[in-house]
Design a protein around this ligand. Structure first.
Ligand code: MG
Length: 340
């Protein structure tokens, strides 16, 4: 196999603010694996919170290039195990390579991934559209600008309740909230019942990720389902969430790819946990990987291509919460700019 890569700085449509800060651009790395003249693509965005930059990913490719390339590729699951041990400190890069391996595998088998996995795409949930933090007026206007059946709203300020009330006065759509670890237990206990009154569907990551003790108390008292995001990063975290959260948000980039994500989905089902597939502002490349898995999950947060002002591939079309995929094999995408 041959590995190639290209990095991008993609502008957001609006500066994107959550409880941890604001950003105007999303750095991302596209990787390409070539085998028998067929090319597979995968993506990993850089996320400051997880301390992995595009430069770290490039450095790790360069230092292990010979090993990444010399694997006798038969199937993506075996390749993931190899990569997981080869690049232990960089799950983001492992994700991008695993995704490229799945794209390649589907292309070699001449099938789209969902078909390889025996999934029925008519069972997919709608995807939410995220509204980042801003003044209440601007959040209302961002929402009105994008009529959508499900909104995910970033919370974690003193006026969370007024803000959600203002949104609710202007929409009958489903509203879910994400505190990104920005509340204390007291705040959460006070706010969640009020959010339930406002018809909010669920709360993502109310408390700091290590605060399991308070999470247990909140889990027992919360009138709304609680979904782990920052508290559920990789495979070994799924079991920990049972009894503390009602569900988990699986993100390909943080858990290191499609291969572990599929195992996390199976384990979460065994534990009777709800499942969300979430994004980290991936382009159409990474979002397509989520799209193929979407019939397996309860909630879908796959709005990266809607939040970014530029994309690097085509193949996903969004309309009113639904999405459709282009025909094709593997991830079913077409690159707009060839990797260099
Ligand atoms: Mg989240």
């Amino acid at each position: 196999m041959k590995v190639n890569y290209h990095s991008y700085q993609l502008p957001f449509r609006f500066p994107f603010t959550i409880s941890r800060g604001t950003k105007t651009h999303q750095p991302t790395l596209l990787v390409e694996l070539e085998h028998f003249g067929v090319k597979g693509y995968g993506e990993a965005p850089a996320i400051t919170y997880y301390h992995i930059t595009v430069e770290d990913m490039i450095r790790d490719i360069e230092s292990r290039k010979m090993f990444i390339e010399k694997f006798a590729f038969t199937d993506p699951e075996r390749y993931w195990h190899y990569l997981h041990h080869l690049i232990p400190g960089n799950p983001f890069l492992v994700c991008a390579l695993d995704m490229a391996a799945w794209d390649l595998f589907g292309k070699l088998k001449n099938k789209p991934l969902y078909q390889l996995w025996g999934l029925d795409m008519s069972k997919k949930p709608v995807t939410d559209y995220t509204i980042g933090m801003d003044t209440i007026e601007k959040m209302v206007s961002k929402m009105k600008e994008k009529p959508w059946p499900v909104y995910k709203v970033k919370v974690g300020t003193a006026n969370d309740i007024q803000m959600v009330r203002a949104l609710r006065e202007n929409t009958e759509s489903v509203i879910r909230v994400d505190a990104n670890a920005g509340w204390t237990l007291e705040e959460a206990l006070q706010k969640i019942p009020q959010l339930k009154e406002l018809g909010v569907e669920l709360v993502e990551q109310p408390l700091p990720k290590e605060n399991w003790e308070d999470m247990k108390i909140l889990f027992e008292r919360s009138p709304l389902p609680l979904i782990a995001d920052e508290s559920c990063v990789s495979e070994q975290d799924v079991d920990k969430c049972k009894g503390y959260f009602h569900g988990i948000n699986i993100k390909l980039t943080k858990c290191s790819g499609i291969t572990p994500a599929r195992r996390m989905i199976s384990r979460a089902r065994e534990l009777d946990l709800k499942i969300m597939i979430g994004c980290m502002n991936e382009t159409t490349v990474g979002s397509s990987a989520m799209a193929h898995l979407s019939p397996l999950v309860d909630y879908l947060d796959m709005d990266g291509p809607l939040l970014l002002n530029e994309d690097i591939a085509t193949g996903l079309e969004y309309a009113d919460g639904n999405f459709s995929m282009a025909g094709g094999t593997g991830l079913c995408i077409r690159l707009m700019t060839p990797a260099q």
